[in-house]
Each structure stands twice: as structure tokens, then as C-alpha cells.
Design a binder for this molecule. Structure first.
Ligand code: AMP
Length: 515
């Protein structure tokens, strides 16, 4: 028998077995917050969405986007959109109107669901139908009674159909649409859930943006098991600690910058003589290799288990995992932390390799189908039957260690910034003759964006003017934090920028060029 693997399976199962159990706790006080929602209600609301899209004439394969911070409605939409054969397009809500418009248009999205905080953007982007997630405009779309009383048009399940298109900044100035199939997402979720031992007793705090690679697939895995989702709308260390206490959180996924804010909040509590939450939390971190001191502090000061994973949006994302095996139980904390600072061993069903010139390669059932409408980029990424990660690294026994990024991508606060995109914007300024944008280490954000600029002869422009120029045209997280003026930029004989040379002075004394 060959039964198609589709992500609708996950919520179907939870609603069948755990109908009356609280499946999600929405952010209290957020506009249109749903409060505490049972799995039965999550399921009925997802069905209502499908009925609504049927009525709007949006068929299987058509795109429905969302631009929103984490919310219960976002969680429902994973299933209400993809679970019935439509393609989900989660968009980074920190992008500006022009960047969002590009994604909406490029993906051919018919409907955009948006958070009330983004009214201004909704007014400016006129393509597609925009629905405000405020509990009023979207009341019918999410009405659980409609989901119970009406049957959506059945979808012929197809595991190779595209489940979501996740736009990611990469080596081109425009973001690329990563098409993940139902099979990709299903297998990634099963593997991730398996490695993390996810069970119906787990309580997941959503400290990772739901738009980022579908929350790494953890929302699917947890729903399948009937665990509880706790929505975290904005990142704040103290609020995270409070949620852990109040909701009995056992699991979270986060970028290193989130770990830093939790540790700072814990330190503030200790100084004020306030207790820290007790109970075991497994915290899964990716985006950059965290310093081993940070890992040690998480385990020592918070008493949480630290797990590192490595992957990309294109790989759904789980490629490698570093979760301490039984053999490390008796180790000194510092030794254990040092071992945990490597990216990890291949997850089940993943094959990893390093090319002769040091690029990390991967093969697995959760490597993507291709970039949306970019066949050449797709062929390049999958050349030779391996996915080319663009990351530099080496093998340490079965462990993969990531040492640098060969692609022109900077990761700041867990989000990708394409250097080329920022360079394009700087070149639009009349005082700029030449520019190179690089990532440099930053204690808070992992890496921060630095622009090295050669001014046109006779032109005068200040650092702040160039930063403002970028902030006016790009999402703010992409704008350089610093601009340095230089006389010339290192180039190869053929005129190509030698970024590794330009980066060198800022990374001196470090064994890795990713942070
Ligand atoms: P994204 O597609 O936005 O999830 O970004 C993927 C990129 O994040 C990878 O290509 C790496 O450069 C980086 N990355 C993810 N996890 C790790 C990790 N554990 N260590 C080092 N870099 C990582």
C-alpha cells in the first residue's frame, strides 16, 4: 500500500484522539487572540478556512500567504491552507511593503492573511485580496461552526504536491521561493520529532518565527503527537521565563540571539533574588554555532538540555543534530558543551558529505523540490544529485562542523540577509563608487551587517546618511549597522570582490567565520 504523506494527517490525528485537549494557547491580549483552544476547535477552524477558500474560488495548488507574527491563527493556517491542497506562503513580517509585494506577486498569491499591526503595508500592496486577522474581518474564515457543518471540497492527496513556498534571502538580490512538498515536510517533521522524542506531554513555546521554514517543522511534529502549542508573539527573555513557568513548557526552538536574551533575563532574576523556572526544557538552537560558553550556561544556569541542529529552509530544514548521547553523561560540563558546539550528526535518512573544496553537501527525502519558477537556480543547487548548502565545513568522525559561509549571506538575529541586495541599494546612492557588504561577529545578533564603501571622488556622505538610505529602502534588519569608508576594496585579477579577505580582520583569532 502506498498512502500519500500529507501534512493534513497531523491535525486530523490530534483532533481524532485529543479532541477536548487544549492544543494551543494564543498570546493573551494580542488582537483577536483565540485564548485557549482545543484540538477539536483547531481542526474545525482549519476546515472552515478550506470552506472559505472554496467559496472564494481558490482551488488546490493556488497560493495563500500569511504575514504575521506568531499566533494561533498562523498555526491553524498551516493546516487550513496546505492540509486541503493549497500552497502556503509564510512571509517574514519584518520585510517592508516593496519586499512583501515582490513575494506576493512572484508567488502568484491570491489571498494574503495579515496581522493588524501591518495595516500600512496592506494598504500599499494592492495585488491579491488582503484579509485582516483581527477576529472581525476573518471571523467567517475561521468560524469553527462552519468547519463543523460544512464539508470542504475534497482534495486528492498528493505527497509530491507543494505544501509551502518559503521565501529566503540567498545569493541573489531577490529572495528565492523554496518549494517544500508534503513529503518533504512530513518526513522532516517525523524525523525531527523522533530525534527530540516529542510526545503528547510536550508543551512547545513558539520562540521561533512560524514563518521561518514552517517553524522548522516542529509545529507539524507536535500537532501529530497532540502536544500543546504556546504562542509567543514577541521575543523577550523575561516573558519567555514567565511562560515557561505558567505553561509548563518542555520544548522550544530558537536562534542564538533568543538564547542570549533568555540568559540575560535569568541573570537579572538571580540578581533580584527571584527564582528561575524549574522543570526540564529541551532548547533546540540553529542558525549559527553557539559559543560553547553559551551552551554551558544554558545547561548550568537554567538546567535545560541544549540541542543544536543544522539545516536550511531548502532542507525543510533538519540535516544534522547534536543531542548529547548517553556516553557524554559523566563528562564535565565544559567538555560536554565543547562537543555540543558542533553542528551534529546526520539525522535519520540524511547523508552528508563535504566536497573536495570544503562545501557541505546533503542528500535526503526532505531536500526541497526546487525554487519557485527558477529552474536554473534549482539545477545549480542540486547539481550532481547533492544539495549544495553554500556552507563551508568539515567532518569530525560522523559529526559535521560548520566553519564558514561561502555564499554571500549574512545571518543576523536568525534571519538571512543577502549581501548583494544591500550592495544594490547602496549603489543607488550617488556618493557611492564601490561597496562590499560583509557579516562581522556581533555579541547580540550573532553577526551584523557592515558596509565597506569607497566614495566617489569629491563626494561627501556620512555613515548615518548611508544607513538611513538603506533603512528607507530595505527591511530594517538588513540595513548596515556600521559603514566604514575605505580607499579601495580587495579584488581578484578578474575584478571579483575578495570577500574572504575583506572579512579577515574582523574575524581574526576565531576558529570559525560564522557566529
Ligand atoms: P535558513 O535557510 O534561513 O534557515 O538559513 C540556513 C543557513 O543558516 C545555513 O545555510 C547556515 O549558513 C546557517 N545555519 C543553520 N544552522 C546552523 C548551525 N547549527 N551552525 C552554523 N550555521 C548554521
Amino acid at each position: 500500500m502506498n498512502v500519500p504523506l500529507t501534512i493534513g494527517d497531523f491535525l486530523e490525528r490530534a483532533a481524532l484522539i485529543y479532541r477536548d485537549r487544549i492544543g494551543a494557547v494564543d498570546e493573551p491580549g494580542a488582537p483577536g487572540s483565540l485564548g485557549r483552544v482545543t484540538y477539536g476547535e483547531l481542526h474545525d477552524r482549519a476546515r472552515a478556512m478550506a470552506v472559505g477558500f472554496d467559496e472564494m474560488g481558490i482551488g488546490a495548488g493556488e497560493r495563500v500567504a500569511i504575514v504575521s507574527p506568531n499566533s494561533a491563527r498562523f498555526l491553524i493556517s498551516y493546516f487550513g491552507v496546505s492540509g486541503f491542497g493549497r500552497v502556503f506562503v509564510p512571509i517574514n513580517y519584518r520585510l517592508n511593503a516593496e519586499e512583501i509585494a515582490y513575494i506576493v506577486e512572484h508567488s502568484g498569491t491570491s489571498v494574503v492573511l495579515y496581522d493588524p499591526d501591518l495595516d500600512e503595508i496592506a494598504q500599499r500592496v494592492t495585488s491579491a485580496k488582503w484579509i485582516r486577522l483581527d477576529g472581525i474581518q476573518d471571523a467567517e474564515l475561521f468560524d469553527p461552526d462552519r468547519g463543523r457543518s460544512r464539508d470542504p471540497v475534497p482534495w486528492q492527496p498528493d505527497e509530491d504536491a507543494t505544501c509551502s513556498i518559503n521565501y529566503t534571502s540567498g545569493t541573489t538580490s531577490r529572495p528565492k521561493g523554496v518549494q517544500l512538498t508534503h513529503r518533504n515536510c512530513w518526513i522532516n517533521a517525523a524525523s525531527f520529532g523522533w530525534h527530540m522524542g516529542v510526545s503528547d506531554r510536550d508543551v512547545l513555546l513558539h520562540t521561533l518565527p512560524m514563518f521561518h521554514a514552517n517553524g522548522w517543522g516542529m509545529p507539524y511534529a507536535l500537532s501529530a503527537m497532540g502536544g500543546r502549542h504556546v504562542v509567543q508573539r514577541r521575543i523577550d527573555g523575561e516573558t519567555i521565563l514567565e511562560r515557561v513557568e505558567q505553561e509548563g513548557v518542555t520544548l522550544m526552538c530558537a536562534a542564538p540571539a533568543v538564547v542570549a536574551t533568555i540568559l540575560a533575563a535569568a541573570e537579572a532574576r538571580r540578581e533580584a533574588g527571584r527564582p528561575l523556572p524549574d522543570g526540564q526544557v529541551r532548547i533546540v538552537v540553529a542558525g549559527a554555532p553557539p559559543p560553547s560558553k553559551t551552551i554551558e550556561r544554558v545547561e548550568e544556569e537554567l538546567g535545560w538540555e541544549f540541542v543544536q541542529i543544522y539545516g536550511l529552509t531548502e532542507t525543510s530544514p533538519l540535516l544534522t543534530i547534536n543531542r548529547a548521547p548517553a556516553e557524554w553523561d559523566g563528562l564535565e560540563r565544559a567538555d560536554r558543551a565543547r562537543l555540543l558546539s558542533r553542528a551534529g550528526v546526520p539525522a535519520v535518512g540524511v547523508k552528508m558529505a563535504v566536497s573536495p573544496d570544503g562545501e557541505v553537501l546533503a542528500r535526503s527525502n526532505h531536500v526541497f523540490k526546487g525554487y519557485w519558477e527558477q529552474p536554473e537556480e534549482t539545477a545549480q543547487a542540486l547539481e550532481g544529485g547533492w544539495f549544495h548548502t553554500g556552507d563551508g565545513g568539515y567532518e569530525d568522525g560522523p559529526y559535521i562542523v560548520i566553519t564558514d559561509r561561502r555564499k554571500d549571506v549574512i545571518i543576523t538575529g536568525g534571519e538571512n540577509v543577502s549581501s548583494i541586495e544591500v550592495e544594490d541599494v547602496l549603489y543607488q546612492h550617488e556618493a557611492v563608487a564601490e561597496v562590499a557588504v560583509i557579516g562581522i561577529p556581533d555579541d547580540t545578533w550573532g553577526e551584523s551587517v557592515l558596509a565597506l564603501v569607497v566614495r566617489r571622488p569629491g563626494a561627501s556622505v556620512s555613515e548615518q546618511e548611508l544607513i538611513d538610505h538603506c533603512r528607507d529602502r530595505l527591511a530594517h534588519f538588513k540595513a548596515p549597522r556600521r559603514v566604514e569608508f575605505v580607499d579601495s576594496l580587495a579584488r581578484t585579477a578578474t575584478g571579483k570582490l575578495q570577500k574572504y579577505k575583506l572579512r579577515q580582520p574582523y574575524w581574526e583569532g576565531r576558529d570559525r567565520q560564522v557566529n
